[in-house]
Design a binder for this molecule. Structure first.
Ligand code: NAD
Ligand code: DAU
Length: 360
């Protein structure tokens, strides 16, 4: 473990999204006095309501802007005297990357390169002052596992979707900036997150949303694909740990040792909601509809998170039982948030997707 790095002025990109907003909440609670600048262009996935409670804090600033805008990034880095960057901003949904890959390459590859380049120049201008850059990446860059085994940090990159390929492209640029320029960059690769503020295009919040509305629950293929679920607050804590204690140039896998087949997750969410809504046993399960598989659908993800535990002392705090129950209760208590984010642009997308499949 290297000496602990204490950021004084942090640039967070994509802080109005699911994980970025959860990170800002927990980071600001634990690091009072650290300046936090949130750069987010507010795509369909970005929502400033996720940040209610922090926006009036004098150490917080929101800038609406694009990570591909080099002069904007440069001016924020200089005027705020930024000493750390945590890069969440991305196009994050695999299904969208299949129907429209271009924006994924622009944001996830070009955007990362712009951020790296401006950060590198800014760090050089600061002389020997401490500086760190953290790339928030995904286990999807490793491709797909068979029935056994785990992704380690040494697993070769083998991305299978335009989303994961664009994330792998960003990761390789991060590696190149470290190797070529000695730029102090760290990379985290996390498994599937769940928790509050998760946009209802992703499996768990989509199922909650559709169960409440008694709409079909689309399960891709045979429903036996496996994901390794981690509570978003555990991920946020892991990112903070790597930022402060990780070794520049290193990659750290983050995961929950919590593998679930998709159909089992959907059944569980159905049953937990039936209990809460006073519906009969099995009522929501009857909404499950097996649909055409996602093209290139990775069969199984499972993370070996031994390195981050051994070297930095991080491990998940949430049990899945607690986390999923709290998440469902959060969605029930925040239906206004759900209604807002599922209107407008997202609604069009949603109707187009499911209209095409004839299920809406
Ligand atoms: P999200 O889609 O909920 O949020 C992405 C945010 O980035 C949004 O607020 C959006 O407005 C912003 N953004 C998009 N393009 C931008 C641009 N050009 N300039 C500035 N802001 C822009 O995503 P998420 O699920 O919170 O994921 C955050 C990061 O974590 C991503 O890099 C993703 O690859 C990674 N990740 C996600 C998961 C997961 O399970 N969701 C797991 C591992 C890693
Ligand atoms: O593993 C980390 C990744 O997890 C992140 O990098 C991505 O940003 C994040 O979106 C997530 O990707 P997935 O593709 O695994 O998540 P998603 O919620 O889209 O799907 C989870 C599983 O559920 C996957 O096997 C596909 C399946 N699925 C998904 C949806 C939306 C369904 O069966 N039906 C659905 O309607």
């Amino acid at each position: 473990m290297t000496d602990t790095f204490t950021p004084r002025a942090l640039l967070v990109t994509g802080g109005a999204g699911f994980i970025g907003s959860n990170f800002i909440h927990s980071f600001m609670a634990g690091n009072p006095g650290c300046r936090v600048v949130n750069l987010d262009v507010l795509t369909y996935a970005g929502n400033l309501k996720n940040l209610a409670g922090v926006e009036k804090d004098p150490s917080y600033r929101f800038v609406r802007g694009d990570i591909c805008d080099a002069s904007l990034v440069a001016s924020i880095l200089a005027e705020e005297n930024i000493d750390a960057v945590v890069h969440f901003a991305a196009e994050s949904h695999v299904d969208r990357s299949i129907t429209g890959p271009e924006i994924f390459v622009r944001t996830n590859v070009l955007g990362t390169q712009v951020l790296l380049e401006e950060s590198r120049k800014h760090r050089d201008a600061r002389g020997g002052e401490p500086f760190r850059y953290l790339q928030v990446s995904t286990d999807e860059v490793y491709g797909s596992l068979g029935p056994t085994g785990f992704f380690t940090e040494e697993t070769p990159l083998a991305a299978n979707s335009p989303y994961s390929a664009s994330k792998a492209g960003g990761d390789l640029l991060v590696r190149a900036y470290h190797e070529t320029y000695g730029f102090p960059a760290l990379t985290t690769r996390c498994s599937n997150n769940y928790g509050p503020f998760h946009f209802p295009e992703k499996l768990i919040p989509l199922m909650i949303h559709n169960i409440l509305a008694r709409r079909p629950l689309p399960v891709y293929g045979d429903g036996l694909n496996v994901r390794d679920w981690l509570h978003v607050q555990d991920h946020a804590r892991a990112v903070e740990t790597v930022l402060k204690k990780g070794k520049p140039g290193e990659v750290y896998n983050i995961g929950g040792h919590n593998e679930w087949k998709n159909i089992d997750i959907v059944n569980l969410v159905c049953d937990l909601l039936d209990q809460r809504l006073g519906r009969g046993a099995g009522e929501s399960r009857s909404l499950i509809t097996f649909v055409k598989d996602r093209p290139g659908h990775d069969r199984r993800y499972a993370i070996d998170a031994g390195k981050i535990k051994r070297e930095l002392g991080w491990e998940p705090a949430y049990t899945f039982e607690q986390g999923i129950a709290e998440t469902i209760d959060w969605y029930l208590a925040n239906q206004e948030w759900v209604a807002e984010v599922t209107s407008g642009a997202y609604r069009d997308y949603y109707d187009r997707q499911y209209g095409e499949r004839g299920e809406a």
